[in-house]
Structures are given as structure tokens and as C-alpha cells.
Design a protein around this ligand. Structure first.
Ligand code: SF4
Length: 65
């Protein structure tokens, strides 16, 4: 399992990686999984050069743990 290359500076990852809801919904698929390239946070950062609010999730929805 390889972690997303943006994880060390990703506010979402740093804020929620320890939470069970995060692991269930995002951990296996995006941050540590095959969908990292499709992460909405990652795409936004690459396209706009800006970072989203911390609770903007990889799916593009606001994360409510
Ligand atoms: S939320 Fe997206 S950018 Fe952040 S660590 Fe996970 S896959 Fe990478």
C-alpha cells in the first residue's frame, strides 16, 4: 500500500487520517489506494495551485465525521 504523494501536506489527510470514518470512506480508496489520482483535492490543487478547506474530501463532498 502506497500513500498519496501529497499526504504530508494535505490538510484533509492530516486532520482526519486517524478517524474510523475516514478510513472506511477514503483511506483504502484514495489516500492509500488506486484512486489517489482521482482525488478531488489533488485535482483542484494541481489545476488551480490552491488548497481547499480541510474538510473538502477526496470525493468532492464536505466530510462530516
Ligand atoms: S485527500 Fe487526496 S490529496 Fe489528500 S492525501 Fe488523500 S488522496 Fe492525497
Amino acid at each position: 500500500m502506497q500513500v498519496c504523494s501529497e499526504s504530508s501536506q494535505c490538510e484533509f489527510f492530516l486532520a482526519y487520517a486517524h478517524q474510523p470514518a475516514f478510513r472506511k470512506e477514503h483511506f483504502n480508496y484514495f489516500c492509500f489506494g488506486p484512486l489517489a489520482e482521482n482525488c478531488a483535492r489533488r485535482i483542484f490543487h494541481q489545476e488551480k495551485g490552491l488548497t481547499q478547506r480541510a474538510d473538502y474530501s477526496p470525493t468532492g463532498l464536505i466530510f462530516n465525521p
